[in-house]
Design a protein around this ligand. Structure first.
Ligand SMILES: *[C@@H]1O[C@H](CO)[C@@H](O)[C@H](O)[C@H]1NC(C)=O
Ligand SMILES: *[C@@H]1O[C@H](CO)[C@@H](O)[C@H](O)[C@H]1NC(C)=O
Length: 354
């Protein structure tokens, strides 16, 4: 089972990135917050929810969303980086990768902190491994990471499947050489010359150049969009909910996570939370103090990014999968041809009509 979405957008966005994330060593979390979106968002949120449930193959039965990963771990996410690049990587760059991923994940998970029984006051992120073409690409100390030269069936560096959540959704990492503590939940797959992005429960895929160029930026917006997919959020290629026109999941319309994005995320949490045995709902206000991972300080940057806006043609009937549909992968029993687009290999478990 997988959940995957891909964007290729064509709007040119000018990013003015200047905000600094403040480090908050301690955070008071109040848990009483419930579902009460701003009134202008109620209708579009319901439209989105209904659309997701109607169009995902098993929206409420699928069990490898980002929420499932965070909950299975007890409140954190491990990442492995697939360095599908000819460039070397310095220790300083890898330190920035860590803060960039943490910063990006936090922009989403902060919407869950304090909301409707979400039990954690932060979701720390840790890079536990790098998959590279050759180990000489990694300069400096590799202490604290595993280095993989494993390849997927397409010959692309891939972190050892024995350690990957995607491959072990039962949470059994007995065959992972580093054990469960070195397992990874998501891969950040960085590919030279790759435009746009792809995201799903397996992680996110974006271009190397794009990521390196925005490493210090507050909002690495394609990455933010793809992380949204990892947390079950949909694309909006063929429709727009009523009254909302700027949000990060509407590719090309926003470089930041907006309130609408945040409430879409919360909608998933409130619908999924019963699967986590959170115990009796908290009815009185309660606060806890926990230590959060200090947020990164960012350097203002100005970047122009070209992304491609795609339109989806939902093929009804006809032969082959529709544009953006699945067309291959291990255990895939559906069409292997595309009614529109070209069947494109993504990973051993997923090919998509693009
Ligand atoms: C990359 O690192 C290797 C050694 O690990 C070195 O031989 C090579 O020159 C480096 N390449 C670049 C472009 O710095
Ligand atoms: C594919 O099918 C086999 C046999 O039914 C199963 O063991 C395996 O977990 C499946 N793989 C995925 C990725 O679903």
């Amino acid at each position: 089972m997988h959940f995957s979405r891909l964007i290729q957008d064509s709007l040119v966005l000018s990013l003015g990135l200047a905000s600094l994330a403040a480090a908050m060593p301690n955070q008071l979390v109040s848990r009483q917050s419930t579902w009460n979106p701003p009134s202008n968002l109620v209708t579009p949120l319901q439209q989105v929810w209904d659309h997701q449930v109607a169009t995902y193959s098993n929206a409420l039965g699928f069990r490898n969303y980002g929420y499932d990963q965070v909950m299975a771990n007890g409140g954190y996410l491990n990442f492995c980086v697939r360095w599908d690049s000819s460039q070397n990587l310095s220790e300083a760059q890898r330190a920035l990768f860590q803060t960039a991923i943490q910063r990006s994940v936090k922009k989403w998970t902060d919407w869950l902190v304090g909301f409707d029984g979400f039990p954690y006051s932060s979701v720390p992120v840790k890079i536990v491994g790098y998959a590279v073409r050759n180990t000489g690409q990694l300069q400096g100390s590799m202490s604290g990471y595993d280095v993989y030269t494993t390849k997927d069936s397409g010959g692309i560096p891939e972190c050892d499947p024995r350690c990957g959540r995607f491959f072990h959704q039962d949470g059994n990492y007995n065959s992972c050489p580093g054990g469960a503590s070195r397992h990874y939940d998501m891969s950040l797959w960085l590919t030279d010359g790759f435009g746009g992005g792809a995201g799903g429960d397996w992680g996110q895929r974006i271009g190397t150049e794009y990521f390196l160029g925005l490493l210090n930026s507050d909002n690495i917006h394609i990455l933010l969009h793809e992380i949204g997919h990892s947390f079950a959020l949909d694309d909006f290629y063929d429709w727009t909910p009523s009254g909302v026109s700027n949000f990060i999941m509407l590719a090309g319309s926003s470089t930041v996570i907006t309130d609408f994005d945040g409430w879409m995320l919360r909608d998933w949490w409130r619908h999924l939370k019963t699967r986590y045995n959170l115990g009796t709902p908290v009815t009185t206000t309660r606060t806890t103090t926990r230590t959060t991972t200090p947020a990164a300080t960012t350097t203002p940057a100005r970047t122009t990014t070209t992304t491609a806006r795609a339109t989806t043609t939902g093929s009804s009937g006809g032969s082959g999968s529709p544009l953006w549909g699945q067309c291959g992968g291990a255990n895939w029993t559906g069409p292997t041809t595309c009614a529109q687009g070209t069947c494109t290999y993504s990973n051993p478990y997923y090919s998509q009509c693009l």
